[in-house]
Design a protein around this ligand. Structure first.
Ligand code: TYD
Length: 229
């Protein structure tokens, strides 16, 4: 690709992102990321409860999954037979494209809070860093799939491969059964993404107690809500 078409690509992507921010501005988009066994689902549940107690309408979702088509894709990529690396990346991207269109964008446009368990960064780290497909290409693919719509806040629950493995207990899907080296690359991927954009990321040590983590998450979300007023 020439540098001119690269630049045009970047401009188009920025325009798409700006358009979506306008459409979806009334809502708040929060994402939880982290290695397997980081405790995301517990923190998703606690944040949902606390925001609902404060009167916010919250839509909780997860990726892959979250829509009927997404549930089918989830079965294929996580519980099916071997999927080649590029096909895996495309299936995860297809899940997100459909999900954003059908569920996330309409909810944000209606002023709701959307909390998602995993989003584009899971692919950048698992397919990009873990599968070594190259973070840049996976980032471009993912941003195209979601039309440039990014979370207002991404909470990364940082967990070492060893602790993650211990917490998962028995293996239950294709990605979770990867070796520690894969999970270490995923972890490095998250920390790098967060360091590139500290405003939009909150990195928390997932070995803290559930209560302390929850308090830190609420603080982070409050900060983003205050900044948007
Ligand atoms: P998750 O729903 O967290 O698994 P569980 O319900 O078993 O806790 O995530 C499913 C797996 O899919 C996880 O190992 C990460 C992986 N994944 C990707 O590799 N790429 C992606 O884009 C997404 C969303 C998930």
């Amino acid at each position: 690709m020439s540098s001119r078409s690269h630049r045009l690509g970047a401009v188009t992507e920025n325009l798409a992102a700006a358009t979506h921010r306008k459409d979806t501005a009334p809502g708040l988009f929060v994402c939880f990321e982290g290695g397997d066994g980081a405790g995301k689902s517990t923190q998703v549940r606690l944040l949902t409860e606390s925001l609902r107690q404060r009167g916010r309408e919250v839509v909780v979702t997860r990726q892959p999954g979250g829509t009927p088509l997404g549930a089918q894709i989830r079965e294929l990529v996580l519980h099916g037979d071997h999927v080649s690396a590029r096909a895996e990346a495309l299936l995860f991207a297809a899940d997100k494209a459909h999900h954003v269109d059908q569920l996330i964008k309409p909810a944000l446009a209606a002023g709701q809070v959307v909390i998602t368990d995993r989003y584009v960064d899971s692919s950048i780290t698992y397919q990009g860093a873990g599968r070594e497909l190259g973070a840049d290409e996976i980032t471009a693919l993912q941003h195209w799939a979601v039309g440039g719509l990014l979370p207002d806040l991404t909470v990364v629950l940082d967990v070492s491969p060893e602790v993650g493995r211990e917490r998962r207990g028995h293996v239950h899907d294709r990605l979770e059964s990867e070796a520690d080296a894969f999970h270490a690359a995923v972890r490095r991927g998250y920390l790098e993404l967060a360091s590139q954009d500290p405003e939009r990321y909150l990195v928390l040590d997932a070995s803290q107690t559930v209560e302390r983590l929850h308090a830190a998450v609420v603080d982070g979300v409050d900060r983003v809500m205050a900044a948007r007023r």
